[in-house]
Design a protein around this ligand. Structure first.
Ligand code: ARG
Length: 464
């Protein structure tokens, strides 16, 4: 680019900005991210100005052509504004005037950077929300594909990280499909509140020009327009909502990450990490580290931090625009980048990074007491009141532990001494596969329910 841009507002000032203050004030180093959206917003604004005869059609055409030229320059890497441009909006205006001459000075008629920047971040975020929703679908698909392969794989189920009851591994994985479904729906819901046009709110009070806000909103694909100009330029609720929804996405990813880290340890040995998704140690040659899930778990903090930043940025702001709002961008951009990279990495990890150790998993549940509830259920089904049955089984477990035995090791005589209702079928009832198969209640882990849940999940994934 040629000459340093004189500040658009510099005529009112007697001296130039202190260079350090110019740097401090500028947002161009990060808001260049908004360039394409800023161009889209300006194209729509120019068309609206012509549609309402505020400028001529030929002037609008020149503006649009100039804006499109900037888009090409940017895509080819030739549009490189500096801090002299202050922000992306001034950078575009400056370059536009260089390209199209004086007519370029008409673009900012009936507009302020305040409604302009609000428009840009909404267009940006709407686009990113759509991309993240697509990624959530891919993540769910990867979970469903793994679940499909592991309907019959048994995994210990835990509460308090203590062995509780055995599960179908597919059931476990499908729990994450549900979490991601809520994330997908939440983003779809908040998208409506992102998708409102502040364009035409002006600096804060509207404009005396006969603009057509509905027209520019429609050109930009907005679902509606802000009803109040003050609210339009100062609302960042949608950014906070998005960051809150993003926080939940990373919470869900981090929970799965934590499980994978545990599962990959020698202590659990439930899963082996493939070479494409794990890394080595610089000193311990035997190591294979779960860096991917660890990074996912580690990155959650910055997303929560961004939510906090945005909340604090907003809480004391008087009406309407305040420069504090320039601080919305970096948290938002980093949240988007972090969520997108975590979703991508976890999807790849699910697709090709994990080898579940089915035999090891199956053998774990044959050597514990995770079938104890089933003994109580067995008696309860034979009309022994559940609490009585529960107490009796508690005693049996204690007896087994003292004698280094498992429930399946008790002889039929021993069972019958404990309660006459026990019969030979007790052994089948407490076999791990039967323990899983028995939980046929809706949403439970029985193989039958899991197949049903899988087909419902697959159906839901078709929704866009
Ligand atoms: N760079 C500014 C921002 O990101 C653009 C809006 C500036 N508006 C103003 N009145 N100074 O918020």
């Amino acid at each position: 680019m040629s000459s340093p841009a004189p500040k658009a507002w510099s005529q009112r000032f007697e001296s130039a900005l202190h260079p350090a203050i110019a740097d401090f004030n500028a947002s161009i180093t990060f808001d260049i991210e908004l360039l394409e959206y800023d161009l889209n917003g300006s194209v729509a604004h120019a068309k609206m100005l012509a549609q309402t005869s505020i400028i001529s059609i030929s002037e609008a055409e020149q503006l649009v052509a100039g804006l499109e030229q900037i888009r090409q320059e940017h895509r080819q890497g030739h549009f490189n504004p500096t801090v002299d441009d202050e922000d992306v909006h001034f950078a575009v205006e400056h370059r536009l005037i260089e390209i199209v001459g004086d007519v370029g000075k008409k673009l900012h008629t009936a507009r302020s950077r305040n409604d302009q920047v609000g428009t840009d971040i909404r267009l940006y975020l709407r686009h990113k929300v759509d991309a993240i929703r697509t990624q959530l679908r891919a993540f769910q698909q990867a979970l469903v594909d793994q679940a499909e392969r592991h309907i019959d794989t048994i995994i210990p189920g835990y509460t308090h990280l203590q062995r509780a009851q055995p599960l179908s591994l597919a059931h476990h994985l499908l729990a994450y499909v549900e979490m991601a479904q809520r994330d997908w729906e939440r983003l779809g819901d908040l998208r409506h509140r992102i998708n409102l046009s502040p364009l035409g709110c002006g600096a804060l009070a509207g404009t005396p020009f006969p603009i057509n806000r509905a027209y520019s909103a429609e050109l930009l694909g907005f679902e509606g327009i802000y009803r109040n100009s003050l609210d339009g330029v100062s609302d960042r609720d949608f950014a906070i909502e998005f960051t809150a929804a993003a926080s939940l996405i990373v919470v869900h990813l981090s929970r799965l990450a934590e499980e994978i880290i545990l599962w990959a340890s020698a202590e659990f040995s439930f899963v082996k990490l493939t070479d494409t998704c794990s890394t080595g140690s610089s000193i311990m040659p035997q190591k294979k580290n779960p860096d991917v899930p660890e990074l996912v778990r580690g990155k959650t903090g910055r997303v929560f931090g961004h939510l906090q930043s945005l909340l604090v940025m907003m809480k004391g702001l008087p009406m309407a625009y305040n420069k504090d709002l320039q601080e919305d961008k970096e948290p938002l951009f980093d949240t988007v980048k972090t969520v997108q990279s975590c979703l991508e990495a976890m999807t790849i990890l699910l697709q090709e990074g994990l080898e579940f150790q089915a035999e090891r998993l199956a053998s774990t549940v044959t050597t514990d007491f995770s079938n104890a509830t089933d003994v109580a259920d067995y008696l309860a089904a034979k009309d022994v009141p559940f609490r009585e049955a529960y107490n009796l089984v508690g005693k049996v477990v204690r007896h087994c532990l003292a004698n280094n035995q498992l429930l399946k090791d008790l002889s039929l005589e021993e069972w019958q001494e404990l309660h006459p209702a026990f019969e030979d079928d007790i052994y089948a009832a407490i076999a791990p596969r039967q323990v899983v198969a028995a939980r046929k209640s809706y949403g439970g882990t029985s193989f039958e329910q899991v197949r049903l849940a899988l087909s419902e999940a697959r159906q839901r994934l078709l929704e866009v």
